[in-house]
Design a protein around this ligand. Structure first.
Ligand code: PLP
Length: 407
């Protein structure tokens, strides 16, 4: 008799975005003349940089000629892209990562979700609360948790991120083996200093733990002294895996290209407590289950690192951050406490009331859509997330409406 994986039955249906869509459509029906402005979007809204489009076109043409056609490529990604990544994203910032420690993939979502597969089922997992839900659900699927109770899964250590700790998780006092960190954070928008990351690296070294570091939003960091990579911190190579993505950096959410870094010294342990290197294990997993990112897409990603590409990406990010500044200014004027918005496209606002109530009131009074924080975990239940992924004009009009309604 074929049986299902019983752990899938523990998963909670995610109603967040379908609930939001249902409430918007209900509102639109009742208020056909009100234009909706969506500040709940977690997706790029600007077109791909021109340099990426040019490189993609050229690569597509190459595929149309027998002489330059390419079939299966290396599962880990083409050297032309891995070498650019190593040079620009790591060496240029003093972090030593070699091209063969970089695994090009079709998304940080897949990689943060899949990485746990090469770790033992008994692994004790720690996640921040609020959290990007992929970290939790993939461990539920793997059977590492108990049932869902009072908003949380049993056997997961949740690290609250609240106003009291500046939305930065405290070191867990429970025994943990695997720690998920995300900076700049989704949803809180907080960035980490080198000191903060050092604290986690020391903890992982002392406790024989592993850090999965999600840096999908590093391109939004505006303070050059803040680390963009965990490998800017000494000692991280042994204890951290890093996930990066071209999705938010260069608008590749629909184009799909990302990468995962597994340094050669990065270790876990076997049942006798002897170290085992993760690089060969991930290489095995990646090349068994994945057949590489499309050649034209990798050429487009490579173009991000060209002189023109760098300028164009910076201009797009600067525009998003102008939106973030506009939102922050309005929140300051209205007296709301918030995190994020300085090195992140997300602004995490303390709504001082139930997040769904605030969502409903905001929609009713202004036609502006936010994301209720409850969708990211119990610690988000009185917060909302505002997103800078939109045009400046829309953001400005949304802020004017909010000021009129709530000011
Ligand atoms: N990590 C975080 C924290 C995210 O918020 C997202 C997307 O919203 C991703 C990863 C997904 O990245 P990708 O598009 O590369 O799968």
């Amino acid at each position: 008799m074929i049986r299902i994986n019983p752990h899938y039955k523990k998963l909670q249906a995610s109603y967040l975005f379908s609930d939001i869509a249902a409430r918007i459509s209900d509102f639109s029906e009742k208020n056909p003349d009100t234009e909706i402005i969506r500040l709940g979007i977690g997706d790029a809204t600007r077109a791909l940089p021109v340099a990426c489009i040019a490189a993609m076109h050229e690569a597509v043409d190459e595929m149309g000629q027998d002489a330059s056609f390419r079939g299966y490529g290396p599962e880990q990604g083409y050297a032309f892209l891995r070498e650019k990544i190593a040079e620009h994203d790591f060496a240029a910032r003093g972090a030593q990562i070699s091209a063969d420690e970089i695994f090009v993939s079709d998304g940080a979502k897949c990689d943060t979700g899949n990485f746990q597969e090469i770790l033992a089922t008994e692994t004790r997992v720690a996640v921040p609360d609020p959290v990007y839900p992929v970290y939790v659900d993939t461990n539920v699927m793997a059977g590492r948790t108990g049932v869902f109770k009072d908003g949380r899964f049993e056997n997961i250590v949740y690290m609250p991120c609240t106003r009291e700790n500046d939305y930065l998780p405290d070191l867990p006092d429970a025994d943990v083996d695997l720690i998920y960190l995300c900076f700049p954070n989704n949803p809180t928008g907080t960035a980490a200093t080198k000191q903060t990351l050092s604290k986690w690296v020391d903890f992982a070294r002392q406790n024989k733990a592993l850090i999965l570091y999600d840096a999908a939003y590093e391109a939004f960091i505006r303070d050059e002294t803040l680390p963009r990579s965990i490998y800017e911190v000494p000692g991280a190579r042994e204890v951290a895996v890093e996930f990066r993505s071209f999705s938010k950096t260069a608008g590749f959410t629909g184009t799909r290209c990302a990468y995962t870094v597994v340094p050669k010294e990065c270790r876990a342990f076997d049942k006798n407590g002897d170290p085992e290197m993760l690089h060969p294990l991930w290489n095995r997993r990646h090349s068994t289950k994945f057949n590489g990112v499309a050649y034209p897409v990798q050429r487009a990603a490579e173009a991000v690192y060209s002189e023109q590409g760098q300028k164009q990406v910076k201009a797009i990010i600067d525009d998003y951050m102008k939106n973030a500044d506009r939102i922050c200014r309005e929140m300051d004027a209205l007296g709301y406490s918030y995190a994020g918005g300085k090195h992140s496209p997300y602004i995490w606002v303390d709504a001082q009331t139930d997040s769904w109530n605030f969502f409903n009131a905001l929609l009713e009074k202004t036609g502006v859509v936010c994301t209720p924080g409850a969708g990211f975990g119990p610690c988000g239940s009185r917060y909302i997330r505002l997103s800078a992924f939109n045009s400046y004009d829309n953001v400005d009009r949304a802020m004017q409406r909010i000021r009129k309604a709530l000011g």
